[in-house]
Design a protein around this ligand. Sequence first.
Ligand code: INI
Length: 156
Amino acid sequence: MSQVTEGNLDARGLKFAIVVARFNSFITDRLLAGAEDALKRSGAAAEDVEVVRVPGSWELPMAAKALAAQKRFDAIIALGAVIRGETPHFDHVAGQAASGLAAVQAETGVPVAFGVLTTNTVEQAIDRAGGKSGNKGFDAAMTAIEMGDLMRRLRK
Ligand code: INI
C-alpha cells in the first residue's frame, strides 16, 4: 500500500489573488466571474480574494511575481485571453505569459494557476469563457484551490 497526499477542493481559510488582463475584457470578465464563482462555491471568504488588473497578458507575470513575493496568498490565479486572429505577435504574448507565469511559481513556491486562453478565433475564446467548452477561469480557480491546499500539507 502507499501513502497518498493530495489537496482538497475546499477553499475555506485559503487566500487567493486573481490577476486578470484587461485586453479582450469581454472574455476576461467572464473568466473572472467563473473564477470568483468557483472560489465562492468552494468556501472562500470574500475578504480572502483580491483582484488585480493589468493591461494585457504580457503583464500578468510581473504582477503575479509581486503578489507571490508578498507571501500573503496560498495561490494566484492568472486570467487572460490571447487571440491569434487579432495579433501578429500572438506567439510572443502567449509565450511570455506561459513561461513567465511558470517561472513565478517555480521561483516563489506559490502556485500560479494558468487561466490564460490562447485561441485561434474569438469564437473559440467565447466557448472557453462560459460557452460550450466550460469556463477556464472556473477551472483555473479549482486548480488553485487544490494546489493551495496541497502546498499547505506539503510544508507541514
Ligand atoms: N494582450 C492580450 O492579453 N491578448 C491579446 O490578444 C493581445 N494582443 O492581441 O495583442 C494582447 N496584447 C497586449 C499585450 O498583452 C501588452 O499589454 C502590450 O503589448 C503592452 O505591453
